[in-house]
Design a protein around this ligand. Structure first.
Ligand code: ZN
Length: 354
């Protein structure tokens, strides 16, 4: 059996040049994603595609004010793929488009620093769980920007790269969270892209919490010195948690009491199970953690199919089928990203040097 691997694109230059190269290189993935979301948005968000585009336009002035260079990158992605800017912009605003909550989507992140790892390295691991319709549209990007540090990361379809590792030794992974204070503002994907531009952990933290943001993620941040932070955010508030014990795990519910005050009521059962399971598995290997041992955590099947290695449930409607689309282990010390297509129990991790 031949195992799939994720394609990788090389991009460089100014924001518009990088965007064009991403748009050209990922044109098939981008066209397919736009076609899928034209179909999915009316079902998942209960608004028409044209209304979604109209709604997304309201976010544009906020994005341009906070992060004009990344809006430019999105313009380039549209140009490179030969599609309308507003269609690409709409997908980059997707998670902020409606107050009608879709199902709780996943993602599991773990960070661990030197004293707990076999080689003394800082490692950050992430399972990217999302709609399985995007499975074939995931790719890696290796970038050499004119205006920021080189980075390697993953994305899908026409989205900005939003999870990855940069040459300053800063890495970011994100979890969807479910606050009730969403509004028109700076789309959250611009913030996670901005973390990849950070040269210090302080800049990375600031990138997560610009003024007038539309919503928030929980960001797991790490630097090569072993500084580990979890920044839980919503549109109007945030909380900063430091990884004092030398390791952190996060899934899709808020851990901070301040943030729980704005969280949509729910049981978040899959999120709790994945969090506790990942903590337990990581806890058992502290002192001996390696990229391979984290990959084993990311392939865990307890609570299948809603496990850390998430599999789609064929009983769910097409637009609500969740699966792990890609799986990553980043070594901040050596600047290596191990990446596997999802679900990782069926894929092979390949090492990519920054
Ligand atoms: Zn699996």
């Amino acid at each position: 059996m031949s195992l799939r691997t994720l394609p990788i694109l090389e991009i460089k230059g100014t924001p518009i040049e990088r965007g064009r190269q991403q748009g050209e290189g990922a044109c098939p993935q981008i066209l397919r994603a736009i076609e899928h979301y034209r179909e999915i948005i009316p079902k998942a968000l209960n608004i028409s595609w044209l209304d979604a585009i109209r709604e997304a336009r309201k976010f544009l002035p906020y994005g341009e004010e906070a992060f004009p260079q990344f809006v430019e990158e999105i313009r380039g992605i549209a140009e490179g793929a030969g599609v309308a800017f507003h269609e690409v912009w709409t997908l980059n605003c997707y998670e902020g488009l409606t107050e009608v909550r879709q199902q709780v989507w996943g993602c599991t992140c773990l960070a661990v620093r030197g004293e707990h790892t076999a080689a003394g390295h800082v490692l950050l691991a992430h399972n990217e769980d999302w709609n399985s319709i995007d499975r074939d549209d995931v790719y890696l990007v290796r970038a050499v920007p004119d205006d920021g540090p080189p980075f390697i990361g993953i994305t899908y379809g026409p989205l900005l790269v939003n999870i990855g590792l940069n040459a300053e030794g800063i890495a970011v992974a994100i979890n969807s969270v479910y606050p009730t204070d969403g509004r028109v503002g700076v789309p959250r994907i611009l913030c996670s892209r901005a973390v990849l531009d950070a040269r210090t952990i302080g800049q990375a933290i600031r990138a997560c919490v610009p003024k007038l943001r539309a919503g928030g993620y929980s960001y797991l941040l790490a630097d090569r010195h072993g500084e580990l932070y979890c920044i839980e955010t919503s549109a109007t508030t945030h909380d900063i948690h430091y990884g004092e014990a030398g390791w952190l795990v996060h899934t899709n519910h808020y851990l901070s009491p301040r943030m729980q005050a704005v969280e949509e009521p729910g049981t978040y059962s899959s999120s709790h199970v994945r969090l506790n399971r990942a903590r337990r598995l990581l806890g058992a290997q502290l002192g001996n953690v390696t990229a391979a041992s984290l990959q084993a955590v990311l392939r865990d099947h307890v609570n299948y199919p809603n496990s850390i290695c998430m599999h789609e449930d064929p009983d769910d409607p097409l637009y609500e089928r969740e699966a792990t689309l890609a799986s990553l282990v980043m070594d901040l010390t050596d600047g290596i990203m191990w990446a596997a297509p999802g679900p990782p129990c069926q894929g092979e991790y390949t090492a990519h040097q920054l």
